[in-house]
Structure formats: C-alpha cells, structure tokens
Design a protein around this ligand. Structure first.
Ligand code: UDP
Length: 325
C-alpha cells in the first residue's frame, strides 16, 4: 500500500485531499497543529485503518515512522485575517515547515508536492496570470508574510530538486471554495454566505470592481492529483478562469440564498489585488485538466454545507473585518 503524508490535513483543502487519497487506496498520514484546521473536517476518517493523524507543528522537526511514497505540504494559514493574527506562524510554516518536509522527502525518497498560491503574483500587473509572470508583491504589507513565505517555499523546493535531486511538484492554487471552508475565516465566499444566512447585509470591500476567479474544491483536488502523478517539475496554476467582480458575486449570492439583503461598502484592505485570473494553458496541455464545475453548481453545494450550521454557530462566527483600521 502506498503511503502519503498530508500536512494541513484538518484544513479545507487538506481534508478533501485526505478523502481523495483514501478513496484511491492510499494509506494516509494526516498532520496538523489545528491552529486554523478543525478535526471536524476529518473526523469521519478516524474509523478507517488506512488513516492516521499526528497533531504536530511542521515548523518543528518532522518525524514519521516507516516508509513514505508521497508528501503533500498543505499546512498554512490561508486567509488575510489569519495572516494578520498569526503572521510569524504563517512565515514559519511556509519557510521552516517546507524545509523540514523537503528534508523528510529526501530522507524517505518520497515525491513531494507543495501548495503554492496565486499570491506569489501579488497584485498582478499581467492579466491573466501565466506561470512565467514574476509577480508584484509588497514584502512588508499585511499579505507579505504569506506571499513571501510562499515565494521562498517555491525557491527552496526547486533548490532541493536541483541540488538534492528530490522529486518535487509545485501547484499555484487560485481562489478555491466549497464545503469545509471556515465560516469565519474572512474569505469572501463564507463571509457572504454567512452574512446572507444571518440576514445581514453583504460587505463589499472597496468599490467591488476587483475580480476573483473561483474554483470548486473537487476541481482543485483533481488538478492537484494529476500534477502529483505527472512528471512536470515547474509551477502549474490550478484555478477556474471564470472571472467575476466581487460586486457581481455578491448579487449572485443574494439571488442564490433568496434573501432580501443589500450590499454595503467598506474600505478596501491594503494590497488587496485588483484582478486575479489564472491562465491554465499549462494545466490543460500538461495535465489534461480543466474545471468541470461551474460557479452556480459549486455555490449551490457550498450553500447546502453552510445551511447545516445551527443559527447559534452562525451567530458565533459573525464576520469581522480585521483588515481595516
Ligand atoms: N471581500 C469583500 N467582502 C468580504 C470579504 C472579502 O468584498 O466580506 C473581498 C476582498 O477584499 C477581496 C475578495 O473579496 O477583494 C476576495 O477576498 P478573499 O479574502 O476571499 O480572497 P483573496 O483576497 O485572498 O483572493
């Protein structure tokens, strides 16, 4: 049986990856320190003997007994609210954590795929973003701790590949949504859905003309799965190129939830990228991958998930925009 270590296993993407690899017949070793992850996301896996869990911070030396065939490094805070609350941990998990996992991959002769992000492009000046674009990042802005950790992560990963011959893969993940997003993580999808379900107005930051391109989680997982088993060592964008302004997105959520909510405008957070859209030519040609789930279908499934929360849970997770002073 092939053995795979998945860091960030209790997080949004990590937990979906655990599900996928269990389904594919792998022995999955999940690791998470639960600062932004939630055991609820993987509770259902504890009953299978093919799943094991370590509560560990990968910024510290990582030891896993036995052989390892693959490592997926998905541990990291991934929302602007989290970077502001835990900036040092964000830097450490992307840098020291990645170093530890690359060392483990070398030791175990395992192939490692690391989760990078569209944030390496910063507030991009090239549109759509191709993998060849070097980006436009403010190193000392509120997002710098995440963006720079992820850029360092890519560099050290390539260095382990070229210097130590470790088998590495790099995925650049664009905005992804679906069940198991944290209701109060500040990201726009759970924020808007939470507000609509609580009967609050939807908060648009800035004029709402900034764009994002939202990828449903099942598509994202499929892209990552294909990349891991490909022989391509350079970064690959995985995301849905269907771009929408945040203002239009708010209207879509209002229609979808059938609520009477209005939108209200608040200040745009510092360094909030104005336009974001993946160029997925590489993923299409190299992995034969493209998204299959359109936004209306994906959002319906996501809404169903959030409707399961009790009104008490919904109230507790009231959306707070930490980003503005
Ligand atoms: N956003 C918004 N209202 C909210 C939360 C987010 O208008 O309540 C905006 C945010 O300013 C950004 C976009 O939605 O322009 C996506 O934000 P998110 O945090 O989901 O992702 P990221 O900015 O990292 O792409």
């Amino acid at each position: 049986m092939k053995r795979i270590l998945i860091t960030g296993a209790a997080g949004f993407l990590g937990s979906h990856l655990c599900d996928r690899f269990i389904k594919e017949g792998f022995k999955v070793i999940g690791m998470d320190n639960l600062i932004t992850g939630d055991l609820k996301n993987i509770e259902h896996l504890f009953k299978t003997e093919h799943f094991e869990f370590y509560n560990h911070d990968v910024s510290k030396f990582v030891h896993v007994p036995g052989k390892l065939d693959y490592i997926l490094h998905f541990a990291s805070p991934a929302s602007p609210i989290d970077y502001l609350k835990i900036p040092i941990q964000t830097l450490k998990v992307g840098s020291l954590g990645t170093h530890n996992l690359l060392g483990l991959a070398k030791e175990k002769n395992a192939r490692i795929l690391i989760a990078s992000t569209s944030e390496v492009y910063g507030d991009p000046l090239v549109h759509p973003q191709t993998e060849d674009y070097y980006g436009n990042v403010n190193t000392i802005g509120p997002r710098g701790v995440y963006d720079e950790a992820k850029r360092f992560q890519e560099s050290i990963t390539m260095a382990y590949h070229t210097y130590h011959g470790v088998e590495t893969r790099i995925v650049r993940i664009f905005n992804t949504y679906g069940p198991r997003m944290r209701l109060n993580d500040g990201r726009v999808v759970p924020a808007f859905i939470g507000q609509a379900l609580r009967g609050e107005d939807l908060t648009i930051f800035g004029d709402g003309l900034q764009t994002r391109s939202f990828c449903y989680v099942d598509d994202q997982v499929e892209g990552i799965y294909r990349l891991l088993f490909s022989d391509y060592i350079y970064p690959v964008n995985i995301g849905n190129p269907d771009e929408i302004t945040i203002k239009d997105f708010a209207e879509e959520i209002i229609k979808l939830t059938g609520t009477e909510q209005k939108v209200i405008y608040k200040d745009l957070p510092v360094n909030d990228p104005l336009q974001r859209q993946p160029d997925i030519f590489r993923a299409k040609t190299i992995l034969g991958w493209e998204p299959q789930v359109n936004r209306s279908e994906g959002m319906k499934k996501t809404l169903e998930y959030f409707k399961n929360f009790s009104s008490e849970e919904l109230q507790k997770s009231e959306h707070r925009d930490f980003l503005k002073k």
